[in-house]
Write a protein that binds this ligand. Structure first.
Ligand SMILES: C[S@@+](CC[C@H](N)C(=O)[O-])C[C@H]1O[C@@H](n2cnc3c(N)ncnc32)[C@H](O)[C@@H]1O
Length: 282
């Protein structure tokens, strides 16, 4: 990384690294460990450039001024890791499609019964669109169900991309042939890009939500996806969020975690029923 003068960007001082880590932890619950200094510096450098500043050190000094409150969301946007993919950890979508949705449709169809699914760290949208794809496949065009997906993330930049639903076409070419048609791609996007169809996009409400702040919704949800975000939180944060998920899950509803994640401690109302799939007991 080169600083504007052509000099290598200096390493973040221990003090600045500590300051940034504390700020990010307080505002997003994300734990940045000391060995992530180079990655953090790289991510902040993009923001430094956008603000026309000379160095990450200058950016840290700016963040310490009283007028810097509005910069906090931008700082969080800069440091989040947004890696995701369509049908990532495919077994979750297979479970939803084969074991969960057919039963819910049978129970609730016919009287505009309500089905709600929450993608709670949705990043650029691949996760909620994969949920929408399998759901539309099971529900078909029946109008006797009130089906909605809530997709939330703390990062406002990534949410804008998610809502647009436009992706490089090559992403879809790499998908297994049995799931690709379920995404119902729209032919209208620019060359080299494809857009998720209106039909699927209509099923999803995208909103900014910070998992460590208040949540405005009351639930209940039939399924909550919280995948590959617990890895950034400490045990206390995970335990608090988990209790709140359980409160919002319908009895018999499912919680999906990421492949390397587990419950911070056994929960009396969550039963492991598959690979990182938990069922809320009555
Ligand atoms: C690695 S992505 C996971 C995306 C998707 N769930 C998946 O598994 O493919 C992690 C996401 O968590 C979001 N995130 C981090 N801290 C958060 C918080 N406190 N509240 C809500 N979202 C958060 C990030 O912005 C990022 O988009």
């Amino acid at each position: 990384m080169l600083a504007p003068q052509g000099l290598p960007e200096a390493t973040l001082t221990r003090e600045d690294m500590g300051f940034i880590s504390k700020l990010v932890y307080e505002h997003a619950g994300i734990v940045i460990r000391e060995h992530k200094e180079a990655m953090t510096r790289g991510r902040l450098s993009r923001r430094v450039k956008a603000l026309g500043m000379g160095s990450v050190a200058e950016y840290c000094s700016f963040l310490k001024t009283p007028g810097a409150q509005d910069e906090i969301p931008e700082l969080i946007n800069a440091v989040t890791t947004n890696h995701t993919a369509f049908f990532r950890e495919r077994h979750h979508f297979d479970h939803l499609r084969r074991d969960v949705l057919p039963r819910l449709v049978q129970e609730r169809g016919g009287r505009r019964g309500r089905i709600r699914i929450w993608s709670s760290a949705c990043s650029s949208g691949e996760e909620p669109y994969s949920i929408a794809a399998v759901s539309r496949d099971v529900i078909g065009s029946r109008s006797d169900l009130d089906f909605r997906i809530l997709a939330t993330d703390i990062d406002t930049d990534i949410l804008n991309r998610a809502e647009a639903g436009i992706y490089p076409a090559e992403l879809f070419e790499r998908l297994p042939a049995d799931v690709r048609p379920l995404l119902r791609l729209d032919g209208q996007a620019a060359r080299g890009e494809a857009r998720i169809s209106d039909d699927l996009r209509r099923l999803i409400a995208f909103k900014r939500l910070n998992l460590i702040e208040n949540w405005p919704m009351r639930g209940p949800f039939d399924a909550i996806f919280c995948r590959n975000v617990f890895i950034y939180f400490d045990t206390r944060t995970k335990a608090t969020i988990l209790d709140r998920f359980v409160d919002l899950l319908a009895p018999g509803g499912f919680l999906y975690l990421g492949h390397s994640e587990s419950l911070p401690q056994p929960h009396p109302q969550l039963r492991l029923i598959g690979r990182t799939i938990y069922e809320r007991t009555p």
